[in-house]
Design a protein around this ligand. Structure first.
Ligand code: NAD
Length: 455
């Protein structure tokens, strides 16, 4: 199939690369000229496992441009448009759908008479957006007196950053929300190799052992839109729940890591998303929980579980300061090294990362702050422009003279650090493990003061 994707961010680019891998021709449009320049040179603008290699190998099946008109010069044949632009949070918590609507207007202006198109909405959008996009497109078709068939499908995306391509090639489920059977058939054709797992897996992303075929959920647009929000809110709630329990574990002398294992092995609960720590961040959970609350408010519907989910999460970030104060006593003048600024490992995304808030709080309190991250430093420098933070590409250089190290992102490589060397370099051997990732007994044996969360 010939597919045009609007938005080449984490979702749009991953979708484009995966679809070209399974045999489709993909045209990609993004307003960000720097991003498109990089993509034209086959350089991935985001850090994702397998992305760079597959992008390079399948570049002959992809084209990149900053406008639809420009990319259509590569190939005028388009069967399907996929909207994967951002839906950031507005000041009142609502999701801002203006980019989705602008994308819909732009693509409607390029449709041709006598053809049949499917428009897929992959962005996370509030309930009713698919219907709104449909009316925007049909109004433009009317203005242009065009006679073509357009079907709209909600196809929410569930990929996890850091595993984006893996999740796209090996998803748990594919959700389609549409009123139209024709659109369902087209979507099944699009995803056939994934639904049947008939493609040869890329060497860098083998099919997970025991992987069973993805479920296909066909429903109406409102339910599809709600599935995405409800899924993210549930995952955020699971983390906040264990963080609430973690606080009580500290009070009563229990270890939340043991507790999480003990409850997670109950198959009704499951072990995933039960890691206590400094809380969730990223480009999805914060804005999606806010959008869902705002949707509830529109209907005068109170959502206390969701409110508490967010409240517990923001409490986790202040917890870091309280823990540092409990050991250092005075933050002002202390030298603090942050291990990891990405919102989670294996991604360079720092949107709403707990580390960014922690850095800002510490700087405001007069600490001397240094930060390390294996891949996210360039993005962190941009977002922390004007803040007095020093960035390091070497952990040992950063640790020199530190009074405390705060592990904010559980990058695998932090597990393999030479902690006796670090101890020798630090002014005070103190580690605050914000992700319960390190081995407390080993660190204590080396003479570190170790603090985790809920243990
Ligand atoms: P992103 O910010 O990384 O990328 C969005 C891109 O869209 C940007 O590069 C921007 O320049 C581009 N854009 C905006 N308007 C455009 C237009 N009219 N034409 C072409 N390009 C345009 O966003 P993302 O993280 O990829 O998320 C996209 C959507 O998918 C959001 O709704 C998000 O909530 C949802 N989502 C994200 C994830 C994730 O993990 N990042 C997972 C599931 C769903």
């Amino acid at each position: 199939m010939n597919i045009l994707i609007l938005g080449c961010g984490y979702v749009g680019l991953t979708t484009g690369v995966a679809l070209s891998y399974i045999g489709h021709n993909v045209l990609c449009v993004d307003k960000d000229a720097a991003r498109i320049d990089q993509l034209k040179k086959c350089q991935s603008p985001i850090y994702e496992k397998g992305m760079q290699g597959i992008l390079r190998k399948f570049s002959h099946k992809m084209a990149f441009a900053t406008s639809i008109e420009e990319v259509l010069k590569e190939s005028a044949e388009v069967d399907m448009f996929i909207i994967a632009v951002g839906t950031p949070q507005k000041k009142n918590g609502e999701a801002d759908t203006s980019y989705v609507e602008a994308a819909a207007r732009e693509l409607a202006a390029c449709l041709q008479s006598g053809k049949k198109y499917t428009i897929v909405i992959k962005s996370t959008v509030p309930i009713g957006t698919n219907r709104r996009v449909s009316s925007i497109v049909h109004r433009i078709l009317q203005e242009r007196s065009l006679d073509c068939k357009v079907y709209i499908v909600s196809n929410p995306e569930f990929l996890r950053e850091g595993m984006a391509l893996k999740d796209t090639l090996y998803p748990d489920r594919i959700v389609l929300g549409t009123e139209c059977q024709d659109a369902v058939s087209t979507m099944i054709k699009l995803y056939k190799p994934i639904l049947e797992q008939s493609f040869a897996p890329p060497a860098e992303l083998p099919r997970p052992e025991g992987f069973s075929l993805p479920h296909l959920i066909i429903t109406e647009p409102a339910s599809a839109e709600m599935i995405k929000y409800a899924a993210n809110a549930f995952l955020a709630m699971k983390i906040s729940y264990i963080n609430e329990i973690a606080g009580l574990c500290e009070k009563v002398g229990a270890d939340v890591v043991e507790v999480a294992r003990g409850i997670g092995l109950d198959h009704r609960i499951g072990t995933a998303f039960l890691g206590a720590g400094i809380g969730w961040g990223g480009s999805c959970f914060p804005k999606d929980t806010a959008a869902l609350l705002s949707l509830g408010a529109e209907y005068n519907y109170y959502m206390p579980i969701l409110e508490a989910t967010r409240e517990v999460n923001s409490r986790q970030r202040s917890l870091v300061i309280e823990k540092l104060q409990s050991v250092l006593k005075v933050i002002r003048g202390s030298s603090i090294g942050i291990l990891g600024v990405a919102f989670k490992p294996d991604t360079d995304d720092i949107r709403e990362a707990p580390a960014i808030d922690i850095v800002k709080n510490l700087v405001n309190m007069g600490a001397y702050v240094k930060a390390h991250d294996p891949v996210a430093i360039d993005r962190a420098k941009q977002i922390l422009q004007g803040w007095d933070v020093e960035f390091y590409r070497d952990v040992y250089e950063m640790a020199a003279g530190c009074d405390a190290l705060v592990l904010a992102t559980e990058w695998e490589e932090y597990g393999y650090l030479d902690f006796s060397r670090l101890k020798g370099l630090m002014r005070h051997a103190y580690i605050l493990d914000g992700r319960n990732f390190l081995k407390p007994e080993e660190l204590k044996k080396l003479g570190f003061i170790y603090q985790g969360v809920g243990r």
